[in-house]
Design a protein around this ligand. Structure first.
Ligand code: DCB
Length: 349
């Protein structure tokens, strides 16, 4: 009897201690700012965050909480479009903790202008991302063509169609000109007028999904956009960097642009030099990612390919067919670094 009493009385104290500790543990891990998960307790990120919105300089979920999305970009769909499929996106979501996929539709260099069927790789990306509850960036990859007005009519037609078919989905993000470049391709004369036309075409079909606009000098001159931003809601501006080529000066420019009220999204960055090659700059990468974390800026890394360039996450000739299921021996040094950051093994402070 005595033993029984002690046992019964002992239980509540033991349980409550356990309860207190688990609540403490649980609330700490909830507050862990690195736990940005593609799937949390079985619920994919789009089902948790829903329709995104921009408040001030901040990307927010449907409830208005600031969010930082992290993910991977395809390489040019004309070269490495084999990875823009559901299997690979599922692998990136489940093994890499990727929340956002970017589908890079080049215009030149064998891209969309000469190969219209590449549109279906974008469609495949959107439909796979929808199924998997991931965000997807539809990237109109202005590059060699430099001035987005060169293919403005094609952009209007393309984005009207995509916005008409998929604009009702909460996971679609439009990036309307990857990297305008050339000293003659200015914000005020070239990029802003283009962006006004293309955003108007998108907004006719889709009133609210995020639209990201590229900035001059390969999406580095965010200061120029900050001086004369577009009107309208849910518009962000692209900031791109390559850790081996761009450093503090570009970060300072980004801070000034944010202070002027410009919302930024790093839709493309690499661990290498701005050629996509030249070695992996690990220290500089970590410095950049800390900066992005501090300012809660979302990012997408360049890129998923196996051509053997240093910015590609796969080794040369690994996964030739686009299956996913990669082991560490398939990954390049950049791939190993990226995965460890995305899965929060390597914490960014
Ligand atoms: C950007 C482009 C992207 C390009 C990467 C790396 O360009 F948005 O398309 O990707 O950065 O250069 C590269 C691939 C190569 C491929 C080549 C084809 O990695 O495999 O052969 O595209 O075009 C930038 C970014 C920054 C600067 C210059 C370029 N910059 N650029 O600051 O000078 O000239 O492509």
């Amino acid at each position: 009897m005595f033993i029984m009493k002690k046992y019964v009385r002992g239980i509540p104290a033991w349980i409550s201690l356990f309860f207190v500790f688990s609540v403490l543990f649980w609330s700490c891990s909830e507050r862990d700012p690195d736990s940005r998960l593609a799937v949390e307790n079985g619920v994919p990120v789009v089902d948790r965050y829903g329709q995104l919105q921009v408040n001030g300089t901040c990307l927010c979920d449907s409830a208005g909480n600031p969010v930082q999305l992290r993910g991977m970009s395809s390489h040019g769909l004309q070269w490495h479009g084999k990875y823009a499929n559901e299997k690979v996106l599922r692998w990136l979501r489940d093994d890499w903790n990727v929340q956002v996929w970017r589908s890079a539709l080049y215009l030149t260099q064998g891209g969309y202008i000469s190969h219209r069927a590449l549109k279906f790789k974008v469609v495949e990306s959107i439909e796979a991302a929808e199924k998997l509850g991931m965000y997807v960036i539809v990237d109109w990859h202005v590059l060699r063509d430099r001035d987005p007005r060169v293919y403005q009519d094609e952009a209007v037609e393309f984005f009207s169609e995509i916005a008409g078919k998929y604009g009702h989905l909460p996971n679609v993000i439009y990036e309307i000109c990857n990297e305008p470049n050339g000293t003659d391709v200015t914000w005020n004369e070239c990029i802003k007028p283009y962006a006004e036309v293309v955003t108007a075409a998108i907004r006719e079909k889709d009133p609210d999904n995020i639209i990201i606009v590229g900035t001059p000098t390969w999406s580095q001159d965010v200061d120029k956009a900050a001086e004369n931003p577009l009107s309208g809601s849910n518009i962000m501006y692209a900031l791109h960097f390559y850790a081996g080529s761009h450093g503090k000066a570009l970060q300072d420019k980004a801070v000034a642009a944010m202070e002027a009220g410009l919302p930024l999204f790093v839709t493309e960055w690499g661990t290498t030099r701005d050629t996509g090659d030249g070695g992996v700059f690990e220290k500089e990468t970590v410095r950049w990612l800390s900066f992005l974390k501090k300012h809660n800026i979302s990012w997408v890394n360049w890129s998923v390919n196996n051509k053997g360039e240093d910015s590609g996450i796969l080794k040369a000739y690994a996964d030739k067919t686009g299956e996913g299921g990669w082991t560490e021996s398939d990954l390049s040094p950049s791939g190993i670094l990226l995965r460890s950051i995305l899965v929060n093994e390597r914490k960014i402070k």
